[in-house]
Design a protein around this ligand. Structure first.
Ligand SMILES: Cc1cc2nc3c(=O)[nH]c(=O)nc-3n(C[C@H](O)[C@H](O)[C@H](O)COP(=O)(O)OP(=O)(O)OC[C@H]3O[C@@H](n4cnc5c(N)ncnc54)[C@H](O)[C@@H]3O)c2cc1C
Length: 439
């Protein structure tokens, strides 16, 4: 979307390169799925990709005449088609406006400053020079070696490091015994998608998902307005996580007394979340990430009600078991995977599984993550870890370097979903154009 804004506003003869190994720019992890069981977790009328135009996607969808309603949670693949259409329009407009727009299918592994901007080194040994750079790298993948003690003892092919690799998931399913056991690390939206894909495509064995907190994402409720307005009270109060939780609980009680529920409180907070977040001292932000982030995520990043129904049905049929505990280690036993975890009360539990799938969600601690690009940029001081312990920030002297989306989580908290990203994309385009003009 930043490229789309740039093409609308840049001067003719500006040259823009999108470096991304993905075949189709814009789909990313979320919208590249072709599985129609994978639904958006935001309603159609709020998913517009253009800044200031939340209903833009809904209008596009309505034009297809497929009977969707504005409050529906539609397949992410449909949103992918919408993004692809915007991308195609952007390439066409670039040609009309004499702007060079290229998609180079390459993975960037280094970014080093030079006299006229930055040199981006790619995995295939190539390089690209740019006057100004936007890092729009999305969610960082979790690093298996950091999450799984004993990984080196596992049988070959026992681990699926990414639930988003559709062909690896298909191969794993095909080679699993029909009465097999699949162990899933993580219990968030990635686990939900993975379980729906497997159960819906003929896997009849057992699935066991483990997480430290044992919370499933909560469901959306029928389409309703965000009635209560707790942000004012939070803005007036001393900025502490504990104090704000007390105020939010009060707001939830008031919403319930008026016939509503907690969702209205969380939704009313959203336009103010970043302002509130920026008032929290860094120590409080770290406290939030340590103690409240998992709880925040299940309330904030909810799933469609029909998805919860399917998950509940799988649990009732005994095909899905959700367990709460801290993973101790994994190992090999008689050709299978031995998994051990410590349950809430402290007792050790274990099971034997045929495959292990990592659904642990993004690794927001970029300083400890496995990305060569971020490792190098942090090492060379172009980026610094955010003081909250999550995400990164650009070093003050790097005036031509910009960030969008998840890498900004420490600074903004709300920075991963379309309603925030569409505004960030317009702002990023302005900042990039200003960097070119200033150079
Ligand atoms: C499974 C899933 C479901 C989601 N569902 C929703 C939803 O329903 N509604 C919503 O609003 N949000 C949803 N989100 C949030 C989603 O992340 C955003 O909506 C949006 O797609 C993020 O866009 P992005 O451009 O920041 O990152 P992405 O779309 O992830 O794109 C990042 C791109 O950067 C590329 N990249 C990364 N590193 C490098 C590198 N070193 N070199 C070159 N290229 C690189 C990747 O290949 C990728 O194509 C979901 C996220 C996930 C993971």
């Amino acid at each position: 979307m930043t490229a789309a804004h740039l093409v609308r506003h840049a001067a003719p003869h500006t040259r823009i390169a999108i470096l991304d190994p993905a075949p189709s720019p814009g789909l990313g992890l979320a919208y590249a799925t072709r599985d129609r069981r994978h639904l958006l977790n935001v309603r159609a009328d709020r998913m517009g990709a253009w800044a200031g135009e939340p209903p833009h996607f809904w209008r596009w969808l309505e034009g297809r005449g497929e009977g969707w309603q504005p409050g529906d949670f539609v397949p992410r693949a449909v949103f992918g088609e919408y993004v692809e259409e915007i991308a195609a329009g952007t390439f066409a407009l670039a040609a009309q406006r004499s702007i060079t727009l290229h998609h180079l299918t390459a993975s960037v592994i280094s970014c080093t400053p030079g006299e006229a901007g930055y040199r981006l080194g790619t995995e295939d040994g190539g390089a690209c020079m740019a006057r100004t750079v936007l890092l729009a790298s999305g969610n960082p993948m979790p690093t298996p070696a950091k999450l799984l003690r004993g990984l080196e003892h596992l049988p070959p092919d026992a681990l699926l490091p990414s639930a988003w690799d559709a062909s690896a998931l298909e191969a794993a399913k095909a080679s699993l015994p029909t009465d097999g056991t699949l162990f899933i690390l993580g219990m968030g939206l990635t686990m939900v998608d993975t379980v729906l894909t497997l159960a819906g495509s003929g896997y009849t064995g057992t699935m066991v998902a483990l997480s430290r907190h044992g919370h499933l994402p909560l469901p959306h409720a029928p389409h309703g307005p965000a009635a209560t307005h707790p942000a004012e009270a939070l803005l007036q109060a001393k900025p502490t996580v504990r104090g704000w939780v007390v105020l939010l609980r009060d707001a939830v009680r008031q919403a319930e007394a008026a016939g509503g529920d907690w969702r209205q409180v969380i939704d009313a907070l959203r336009p103010h979340t970043t302002t509130l977040w920026q008032r929290l001292p860094d120590a409080e932000k770290r406290r939030f990430f340590r103690h409240a982030f998992a709880l925040w995520n299940i309330h904030r990043h909810r799933m469609a009600p029909q998805v919860l129904d399917q998950i509940t049905a799988l649990q009732k049929e005994g095909r899905l078991r959700l367990v709460k505990g801290r993973l101790r280690d994994v190992g090999a036993q008689s050709g299978r995977i031995a998994v051990r975890w410590r349950a809430r009360g402290g007792e050790e539990q274990s099971l034997r599984a045929d495959r292990l799938i990592l659904c642990a969600g993004p690794g927001y601690d970029f300083a400890r993550g496995g990305s060569p690009l971020y490792t190098q940029m942090l090492r060379d001081g172009l980026l610094h870890p955010h003081p909250s312990g999550m995400g990164v920030q650009v070093a003050a002297e790097q005036t031509g370097l910009h960030l969008i989306g998840t890498p900004r989580i420490g600074e903004a908290l709300e920075t991963t979903a379309v309603p925030e990203l569409r505004e960030q994309a317009a702002q990023a385009a302005e900042a990039l154009l200003a960097s070119i003009t200033a150079a």
